[in-house]
Design a protein around this ligand. Structure first.
Ligand code: ASP
Ligand code: MG
Length: 420
């Protein structure tokens, strides 16, 4: 049965990472294998910057683009000693697609242009890895994910057309995978008009889950720079605890509150088909990592999830009347229309407060709608901390600084606080 592997940007950030990926693939090449890969290192951030420079016609556009190309070619030279290898031309040609976009002034919407430019990160990373594996005699086929992953045209947050996607994947992939390893892109999709879309930042995990679900795969393995799923982010806290096993439900809750170890949309399609998800360390591929599956494991270790870059908004009616259900209806319509997902909320007699992920364009759209009826105040530089299975000790340990808003239920405590 088919295995789906996903390698994120950190695992392919340099030549050593790609060599390590090849070792992992070699260890696992006895079963049909589909490999989903993200853009290398911080490429997606760099391509976002390039999109910005192009859209706003900034001076630094050539410099930003040169850095991106330079980074990839440096890795290519480290992987392929023979500079006449066809991969060099192929990567150069793929970058030319960006040249074609940026040579004219922007005519399309920001989000459309974003997807056309940012998707190139995944196209080049997969071409490099696919060529490198073939170069090592790990025979594989490069696949364009856009021939399979079909979406609507909500650029930057495209929604999957599951029916079309499933039929395309089932049509020829199972057969192909019987004879060959396949390498494809995470994060990107295709509209019915054949334009490239992206599925939202960190969306490559989701891509792996879509392929796995449509292929009825045996398992998905996400290879990461952590030993597995930990109870807190090791970059922010010391003495973290690794879980050997988590239930789908716990994993969904964790990602819902903002755990970044797995993209939030990844778990559900796997749970529906009872496909286990392994999170394993790419530097110690024989270790067990964490397995997420249908399980009754009781978690007692508090799990800490930090969501940065939040905005806290407080609304008061302009006529200073009480906040009623009709106001809430109006406010939530404004959230929905601006495509804002509320993370926490608190309502008192005269005010309504909510926190959500800060994105300037969405916030401005929301503000424009509510401004006529409400007085709006806001704070940025805010983080949301969620503790699952919280107790007094864990709250004391993890929550420090000025708390703006606090909410507790039986299982979960949440704090909106200043991000220091
Ligand atoms: N490269 C994309 C990003 O950085 C998708 C991913 O890595 O999952 O958001
Ligand atoms: Mg990435």
């Amino acid at each position: 049965m088919t295995q789906v592997f996903k390698f994120g940007g950190a695992s392919v950030k340099d030549a050593d990472g790609i060599k390590n990926l090849a070792e992992i693939v070699k260890l696992n090449s006895t079963k049909p294998l589909l490999i989903v890969i993200s853009a290398m290192g911080k490429t997606t951030n760099a391509l976002e910057k390039l999109t910005d420079s192009y859209f706003y016609q900034k001076e630094d556009i050539e410099q930003v683009f040169d850095e991106i190309k330079g980074y990839h070619f440096q890795i290519l030279h480290q992987l392929f000693t023979d500079a006449s290898h066809p991969v060099f031309d192929e990567i150069a040609n793929t970058f030319v697609e960006i040249d074609w976009i940026i040579e004219d002034e922007p005519q399309d919407t920001y989000n459309f242009i974003y997807d056309q430019i940012v998707s190139v990160g995944e196209l080049v990373s997969t071409k490099i890895v696919s060529h490198y594996l073939n170069y090592l005699d790990i025979s594989n086929k490069w696949l364009d994910a856009r021939s399979y992953i079909q979406t609507n045209n909500t650029y930057r947050e495209a929604k999957i057309d599951w029916t079309k996607t499933e039929s395309l994947i089932q049509k020829d992939l199972p057969k192909l995978l019987e004879s060959q390893i396949a390498v494809t892109q995470g994060f990107i999709g295709n509209t019915s008009e054949n334009f490239t879309t992206t599925l939202g930042r960190e969306g490559s995990d989701f891509t792996a889950a879509i392929f796995a679900s449509c292929l009825n795969a045996e398992a998905v393995t996400v290879w990461k720079d952590v030993p597995g799923i930990l109870n807190a982010d090791p970059k922010l806290f010391s003495d973290c605890h690794k879980f050997d096993e988590l239930s789908y439900a716990e994993a969904i809750e964790m990602t819902y509150y903002g755990a970044t170890v797995i993209h939030p949309k990844t778990i559900k399609p796997l749970q529906n088909k009872l496909i286990p998800l392994y999170v394993k360390p790419f530097l110690a591929p024989k270790e067990n990592g964490t397995i997420i599956k249908e399980a009754l494991v009781e978690i007692t270790t508090p799990i800490v999830i930090v969501k940065q870059n939040q905005i806290l908004v407080t609304l008061k009616t302009r006529d200073l009347s009480f906040i009623t259900e009709n106001h809430l209806k109006e406010i939530f319509k404004a959230f929905a229309d601006a495509n804002i997902k509320v993370n926490t909320l608190q309502i008192s007699a005269l005010s309504f407060s909510a926190s959500f992920d800060f994105r300037a364009d969405k916030f401005e759209a929301f503000k424009a709608t509510v401004q006529s009826n409400y007085e709006l105040r806001f704070n940025t530089g805010i983080k949301l901390m969620t503790i699952r299975h919280a107790d007094e000790n864990s709250i004391k340990k993890y929550i420090t600084g000025e708390v703006y808003l606090e909410q507790r239920s039986r299982n979960t405590a949440q704090f909106v606080l200043k991000d220091e």
